[in-house]
Design a protein around this ligand. Structure first.
Ligand code: SF4
Ligand code: SF4
Length: 421
């Protein structure tokens, strides 16, 4: 879909600014009322979802007029989708889709960001979104994990770039493998043959690189013969589950996030968290597991003539409510000794960790600023630790903790489960 196809949606924007905040009907106070990191940080309308609709409308009418300020607006956005769900609380219009198309248009016109170009050059060379030092499957050496490219398995565990290559995040891959083994799951990894899901390239605006990665992955999955794919990374989850489906590449593949899969294993009696873990925690919903993890809706129809944007058949909008919210919470609650206290901005109105949309790479100071706001919110609950379900969140939240000197701990959900089994 090109930007022009969202002209009607962008033109619907009434400049109400609802996309900047948790919906009025849900907000609990002036603290933690913003949902959009970009407007909260830069405090100028162009940086909000609505501002981006107005810029998009002008671009469709008058053509692209690139300036440094315009590109600053484009690349200082986590593509977190919070504006989209807040707007849709009252409106029937797409917000994140045109924002995404606008970035892809910048990419097509060669108006890219140097830091993101560097990451994509690495992806093209190594199949990884993070520096690939050593072999992708090296973390699994000596663990006896099946090679899914050689042995038939029921479940393919897609480890992801950060978890595979970052020495501090490999603990998540090992914890996941131990949990799946303990539950008796027939699973394997693709090891050195695994490649990036392409999701982060998509967020950054490099659609062709995303599609190339998606096609490589689907060919690999076909070769492995696994019917179910489990991912521990929220970006990977959104890519395989939602984006591959959007581009008709997913087929019948079942895609589960590890938190969903663990929840199922516990509820089926295959995994029993018995050991007590005395810890008070709060839970951070990763954007791409929560609101952006909502399944894609394929819709075709026509616009009914008239001023108001109405379709025949009626268009069903993705409003973020069908993301993965309860499974990780049920897993946390199943661990003896763990006490869960919720933050103010949760589920579809969760505040982003800051890492999305390439901001982590193009403007790390903004990514850490965003994560710091989440740490402040987590600390306000009185919890000792913040639990998340994505290595990118864990890494970014940890960076904010280091910068601020907070004593809050960060855990991925698999680390917590591993302590309890
Ligand atoms: S994008 Fe939606 S919420 Fe934001 S100003 Fe426009 S109409 Fe209002
Ligand atoms: S996608 Fe996120 S950061 Fe970008 S405008 Fe929307 S709410 Fe703000």
């Amino acid at each position: 879909m090109a930007l022009e196809q969202y002209a009607g949606d962008m033109g619907m924007c009434c400049r109400c600014s609802a996309c900047k905040f948790v919906p009025m009907q849900k907000v609990k106070g002036s603290d933690y009322s913003y949902v959009c990191p970009s407007i909260a940080k830069y405090n100028f309308h162009a940086y909000s979802g609505g501002g981006r609709m107005n810029i998009g409308t002008a671009a469709v009418k008058n053509g692209m007029n690139y300036t440094d300020r315009l590109l600053d607006v484009v690349y200082n956005c986590q593509m977190c989708g919070a504006c989209d769900v807040s707007c849709k609380y009252a409106m029937d219009m797409e917000v994140l889709e045109p924002i995404s198309e606008f970035r892809m248009k910048c990419n097509e016109d060669g108006k890219t960001n140097a830091a993101l170009d560097k990451v994509i050059a690495g992806l093209r060379k190594t199949g990884s979104m993070v520096p690939a030092k050593g072999k992708r499957g090296a973390w699994a050496a000596g663990l006896g994990i099946k090679d899914a490219t050689k042995e038939k398995v029921d479940v393919l565990f897609h480890v992801g770039c950060l978890t595979s290559f970052d020495p501090e995040m490999q603990k998540l891959a090992k914890a996941t493998a131990r949990i799946l083994e303990k539950a008796g799951v027939s699973f394997g990894i693709a090891g050195d043959a695994e490649t990036c899901c392409g999701g982060r390239a998509y967020q950054m605006g490099y659609k062709d690189d995303f599609l190339a990665q998606a096609k490589k992955n689907m060919a690999l999955i076909k070769k492995c013969g696994a019917k179910t794919l489990v991912t521990g990374c929220a970006d990977g989850y959104q890519a395989f589950k939602v984006l591959y489906d959007k581009y008709d590449l997913k087929g019948k593949l079942e895609v589960l996030h590890i938190s969903e899969y663990i929840d199922k294993l516990i509820k089926d009696g295959k995994l029993k968290p018995r050991k007590k873990v005395n810890l008070s925690v709060t839970y951070h919903d990763p954007c791409r597991l929560g609101r952006l993890g909502e399944p894609w809706i394929h819709w075709e129809g026509t616009k009914v003539p008239g001023d108001r944007f109405v379709f025949d058949p009626p268009k069903e909008y993705r409003r973020g409510a069908k993301g993965i919210y309860e499974p990780p919470r049920d897993v946390i609650k199943s661990i003896p000794g763990v006490k869960l206290t919720e933050m103010t901005r949760i589920k579809e109105y969760a505040w982003c960790c800051g890492a999305g949309g390439g901001v982590n790479e193009s403007n790390p100071e903004f990514a850490t600023w965003t994560a710091q706001k989440r740490i402040d919110e987590a600390v306000s609950t009185g919890a000792e630790a913040i639990v998340t379900a994505c290595p990118w969140c864990e890494k970014t939240l940890n960076e904010a903790i280091k910068a601020s000197g907070s004593s809050l701990k960060v855990y991925d959900i698999v680390e917590l489960v591993e302590k309890a089994i």
